[in-house]
Structure formats: C-alpha cells, structure tokens
Design a binder for this molecule. Structure first.
Ligand SMILES: Nc1ncnc2c1ncn2[C@@H]1O[C@H](COP(=O)(O)OP(=O)(O)OP(=O)(O)O)[C@@H](O)[C@H]1O
Ligand SMILES: [Mg+2]
Length: 331
C-alpha cells in the first residue's frame, strides 16, 4: 500500500497563558489517503478546529503551540517546515474552508479578484488566464451566471453562495487536501446537501482528499469513507465509517449516534448525553469520558485507555468495550 497523503502521529497541542500550560489536544493520530474523505466528529470544544489549524500551522502563536508529534504531508513534516514553505503549502497544496466564511473573504474585494489573485500568485497565471479560470471555478461550484457574479462583493452573495465562493477559493490552486470545518452548519438543508454533493464530486473527479469536520453523523454517513471521533482533546475511536456507525465501540460514540436527530424525532425532544464535556483546565483523570459513562469501572477513573485495534483499521480506547469485542472476535 502506498503511504497516505497525510499522516498525523501523536500530535499534541498546548495552550499557554501567564506561565501556565494546558494540554488542549493530546497524542492525536490519524491519516488520510489520496481520495479519502475522513469525518472528524465530536462535541463542541473537543479540539477539532485546533487540530486542523495546527496542521495548516495556523495556530494563534501567542496562545497555542504544537508541543509534540509530527504531521507528515506528502512526505514532509509540517511541524518543522519553514514559514516560507508553509505559505506555499497553504496557498497551493492544502485548502481550507473555515467555520465562518464571512470572516475569511475580504469584504471590500470583488469575489472574482480574490480568487484570481491567488491564481496569479501561486500558479503564475497571467491576469487574463486567471480571470477565465476564476469564472470556470465559480461555475464548477455552482454559482449561477459566474461571468457577472465574479464582479460582486461578498455581501452581495447569499450565505450558500459565499460558502461556495470559499470552496472555489480553497480549490483554486488544485490542492491535494481540503479541510472543511463545518462547511454547511449555517446553511439550510437543501443548500447543505448541494455543497456535500459538490465535495464528493470533487473527490470523484480530482481524487481530492478531504477532512470534513462536522457535528452531524448523518453527514458522515452520507459523505465520508472513514471517521475519527474526538472527545476532550483525544481520539476515542476511529475506523471505516460503516464499522464505526454500525458497530460503535466506544460508549461515547454510541451515545453520539443515539443523540442524532432521526426523521421521526421531534426537535427539542432529542436525547442528549448527560453532563457537560469537560474543559482543558479540569480534565478528568483516567478516561476523560468516565464521569459521563454508564459503563465506567474503577480502572476508567485511574488509567487512560490506549487505542486498541479491534478489527482491521477499527480502533477504540475503552477499558470495557474494546477487550470485550476482542474476546468476541476471537471466539
Ligand atoms: N486561542 C486559544 N487559546 C486557548 N485555548 C483555546 C484557543 N482556541 C481554542 N482553545 C480551546 O481549545 C479547545 C478546543 O477548541 P476547538 O475550537 O478546537 O473545538 P472544536 O472541537 O472545534 O469545537 P466546535 O465544535 O465548537 O467548533 C477548547 O477548549 C477551546 O476553548
Ligand atoms: Mg470547531
């Protein structure tokens, strides 16, 4: 098997403030193959955005830093890459769609010009070539009448169109990897479905690899090949989508699945996971999920479970369910 496009090993991220250090993300590992769509899920505050910003080396340096591990992208360790190299990688090889598109489009620059400048800068296109390519990109992401709309400013676009413009900008230089941080959360259901279809199409046509951050396991089921579940700064389970969704191992994953809105459940009546996710200044001992876990035993309080491979590529960190499943598989 060829090496994955992206391989993150034991990535740890710390926050530092007034001489105090807090572990935000701890020994996170996952990989993404060429043409793979990986879903990264977990409750608010679990560290999804921080992990992806670290891999673009876009952490706010005054408050957060990578404290360990490596991020191998196409054979290069991005943790130690120079800032000049990172600028090239961010511009041309890894694209990112942010949680809030409005804050990442320049409000006073025409949409077409924002995309065109990136093509001139990173691909050395002439202004005329860049303009034609910009219109083609806007057409590809489904902006109607792209020739005319390229001259609009961001505020003249609807929310869904701004999100598409962000995707066009992220894809302008044909990156190999796209990081999409909740790309559809603020959009209505129809537009959401269109954007997700677009991402899958881009994977099918260009072999694009995608990390899709989402709260919605329905989105994972529809769109992703594999999934990694984060809880309190750690990965608690990961594997092929089908295995993780159909036979979740970690009690946290099981609860997340049970809490997804189904067609029949009325809004407001959804079950939720009792208790709150912990914060970095007060991580629980042992397994960080143990205070909310109905299956916790004494060991869970005192010792952090390691990830155990339960079936090919399906791994989970749980003292209770992982050994039980291993015993079942062996029987
Ligand atoms: N600049 C910062 N300084 C200190 N702590 C931070 C900083 N940015 C984020 N954090 C903390 O890091 C943790 C992870 O945050 P992150 O934004 O990655 O969560 P998330 O999983 O993306 O959540 P959401 O689903 O709400 O987007 C949180 O506890 C957050 O408070
Ligand atoms: Mg986030």
């Amino acid at each position: 098997m060829s090496a994955p496009l992206l391989d993150i090993r034991d990535l740890s991220i710390e926050a530092h403030k007034d001489g105090e250090r807090l572990g935000i993300v701890e020994r996170v590992s996952f990989s993404v193959a060429t043409g793979e769509i990986l879903g990264l899920v977990g409750e608010s505050g679990s560290g999804k955005t921080v992990t992806c910003r670290a891999l673009m080396r876009l952490l706010p340096t005054r408050s957060l830093r990578i404290s360990g591990g490596k991020i191998e992208f196409a054979g290069r360790n991005l943790v130690t890459a120079s800032e000049a190299e990172m600028r090239h990688i961010r511009g041309a090889r890894i694209g990112m769609i942010f949680q809030n598109p409005a804050s990442h489009l320049d409000p006073v620059m025409r949409i077409g010009r924002q995309i065109g400048e990136s093509l001139v800068l990173h691909l050395q296109m002439s202004p005329r070539e860049a303009k034609a390519q910009t219109i083609e990109l806007l057409r590809q992401v489904g902006i109607p009448d792209p020739q005319r709309r390229a001259d609009d400013f961001p505020h003249q676009f609807s929310g869904g169109m701004r999100q598409r413009a962000m995707i066009a900008l992220a894809l302008a230089c044909s990156p190999e990897l796209l990081i999409a941080d909740e790309p559809t959360t603020a959009l209505d259901v129809t537009v959401q479905a269109q954007i997700l279809r677009l991402l899958v199409e881009l994977r099918d046509k260009r072999g694009l690899s995608i990390i899709l951050i989402t709260h919605d396991l329905g989105v994972v089921a529809q769109t992703c090949d594999s999934v990694a579940v984060m809880y309190a700064g750690r990965i608690c389970e990961k594997g092929p989508k089908r295995d993780v969704l159909a036979e979740p191992l970690h009690p946290y994953t099981s609860r997340l699945i049970a809490c997804q809105p189904s067609a029949s459940a009325e809004a407001g009546l959804l079950p939720s996971i009792p208790g709150q996710p912990p914060s970095p200044s007060a991580w629980p001992s042992g397994c960080r999920f143990h205070p909310r876990c109905e299956r916790a035993i004494g060991l869970c309080r005192s010792s952090a479970p390691e990830l155990v491979t339960v079936r090919s590529n399906h791994v989970a960190a749980c003292h209770v369910t992982a050994p039980a499943r291993l015993a079942d598989e062996a029987a």
